[in-house]
Design a binder for this molecule. Sequence first.
Ligand SMILES: Cc1ncc(COP(=O)(O)O)c(C=O)c1O
Length: 439
Amino acid sequence: MTDALLANSDLMSAYAEAEERFWAANPNSFAAHEAAVAAMPGGNTRTVIHYAPFPLAFARGEGSRLWDADGHELVDFLGEYTAGIYGHNNPAIEAAIETALKDGIVLGGPNLMEARFATAVVDRFPALELVRFTNSGTEANLMAISSARTFTGREKVMVFDGGYHGGVFYFAGPSPLNAPFPFLKATYNDIEGTRTMIREAGEELACVILEPMMGSSGCIPASVEFLAMIHEETKKAGALMILDEVMTSRLSPGGLHGKYGITPDMLSLGKYVGGGMTFGAFGGRADIMSNFDPRREGAWPHAGTFNNNILTMSAGIAGLTQLYTPEAAANLNAMGDGYRGRLNAVAEKSGLPVQITGIGSMNTVHFRSGPIDRPYVDAVANKLRDLMHLDMIDGGIYHARRGMMNLSLPMTSSDIDAGVAAFENFIEGRAGVIERSLE
Ligand SMILES: Cc1ncc(COP(=O)(O)O)c(C=O)c1O
């Protein structure tokens, strides 16, 4: 269906009605949005959290729950786009931050937490022989790619169509703001096509960067064969394989690379690993990372005022060592597999072309039948997701507008039941609209 036809369909009327209901229910969120518009473009400082007609503004969170500016209580299935694995105000994280605050922040030198945190991170993820911290996943990828280009003395960077690696690495459409590297865009999960491209790029190729499951683009897992091929071909080409596990490192105790036994040359991390504080990290092979050793003649510089900020270091230690232990990771992902199974059972029962993809605690709803092994563009599916988003909010469930649902540690079986029930209500209540719009 084209956008023009979509505009006249009953999907659009259903959506318009849902928006009206949303306007009526959320006057305080609207007021917050209006105030924000005065000082920020579109009232926004982070594109992904904007949606029509205006985003809910949040007053507070507790455990797995959120309260918006109009006092509605919602189960938080967004989980801060995977960074919120510990839920809201976890006591161990709070205690770590309070201690750090009491002892002073911005100390201006190495502190007593960063080595402990680095050790916990290196011990956890097999690809990391040495690690350095940044303030975001975007910055981690920028440093990883720049390191790969410098280490290999080569220019080109292979990425995948639909991929996302941060604000300056957006490949799901044109972006005028992308980092000015010569990118080669391959197709995710296309083993032979990608192999050929790597071989053709040959000695010009510095690195291939990818997620082992595309997160933002729809929780689309890479096949292990695809990852193994990239591992093998980059080695042959003398290029580096960078795995971006900013989101996916939570999907097994040692990240997805640990689970699959595929060790990239470099790894980037972000999100939950910093205990909910601002965080990023990049690292990998010691022969690459030791170029940052400042005791060395000609060492690569890597600055960052807040790279070792004590709040992140302290919260991160508490998170990885006390809360998201290997056992907790296994349990949360088992809970996520169960949740996805129940949502897929609802979708299957409806007979509609709806499915949920993902691994463990990260899942995305798709309005599409057949295997999904790469990102796609579909205006009708996007509008159905918009409708589902507003309907689920009405049913007390908050998730990402693009259909993504992430679990967090404080979630209970009744939260999971609430998520399944809201999805079932949506599928049953909107079956006619879904069916007609996908005909
Ligand atoms: C796979 C991936 N890489 C990198 C980033 C960027 O991380 P940050 O938002 O911390 O810059 C994200 C953020 O969503 C991501 O999903």
